[in-house]
Write a protein that binds this ligand. Sequence first.
Ligand SMILES: [Fe+2]
Length: 394
Amino acid sequence: MIKFKDISIVNKLKLQDPEVAEHINSKVKKFEYLMSISKLNSSGVEFKSIVRSAKKWIQKILNCEEIVFYRFKAEEELFIYNTHEGKDKHLSEKKIPTSVNSFPRECKNNMAITEYSDCTADIKLSSLPEHLKKLGVKSLLLGPLIYEGEVIGVIEASYRSLHKFSNEDHYFMEAICNQLTASMENVILTERMNSQFVQIVQSLADAIGKKDAYTGGHTKRVGVFADMIGDEMDLTFEEKSNLKLAAVLHDIGKIGIEDKILKKSSALTNEEFEIMKSHPALGHEILGHIDNFKNVTDGMRYHHERPDGKGYPFGLVGDEIPKLASIISVADTFDAMISTRPYRKGLPPMVAFQEILNNSGSQFCTEVVTAFEKGFKKTHMYRPKGLVKNKRAS
Ligand SMILES: [Fe+2]
């Protein structure tokens, strides 16, 4: 590859006019950084990895203090971004609903490079990530990532001093957005394929909903709780996708359970309960043969195992239980506890929450319970003031 900095005219200029040479050199470097972004191969990786790699180059091209990538999720109508929090700078995922007046929303609506030479008095400032507010951001330049006519994300470059944006800044921001979108094509296509696959799997899970209304609704709620837990754990993109599928499918084996047991309106006898306990194995019989689906089916197959070995069907202990199964176990049990059945009333969510915490390490994996506790305290599903303190943690 030709390296611009090797072009002899620049070297000659260095001798004749160092200032002009420096100016040209800085432009040449910017083009080199742009080319580095274009070479990012998105095959088999996720959006986050691409933006992490691109960040340092974008910062250099735009001479800004910080870069934030907002991923736009059309189906959920929100922007997602990652930020480092706390003393340990833990990376966590944050969301801004599109109903909130924010800088990325403005850029998305404009579908064009959007600048704020002085954003200090703007009402949208409140939507800025906390670390940017602390940085004392004064100017912002935002660019939309447009794929097939739709905005899939927004890049936000922030400046600590008042910045007067030039045509060149706009030009480079546009070039960055174009390069990044091209580099992420595989990610976008993979995500679309995954989402179609989840829909197919969902329709499979709906079959169980038709057989037993409780299990149908339960499956959906377990998916929500598992997602909430997964968001608080350091899961890879692949693990998150598998978790979604495993949560949807975790009770698919109940298709094979007789209606008189599955739909029984009173408590199950010991014998009936033994039959009911076969559902993880039945689920594995249905889906276990699918290639590359092992992690998903394991999440389903072992979701009734417990770290203390008292679970079923195998009585696995501690780390023998796959992580995804441990997450589903907590999500599943929490929902089962708060659900009202014909033969018993559901527990208040706060009581069920405390039950999960009390059984950390015995019935549930400690790491998963910690994530559940964090996610639960952030959620708006239940009143946070009703939350009780984890006795074990205190
Ligand atoms: Fe189950």
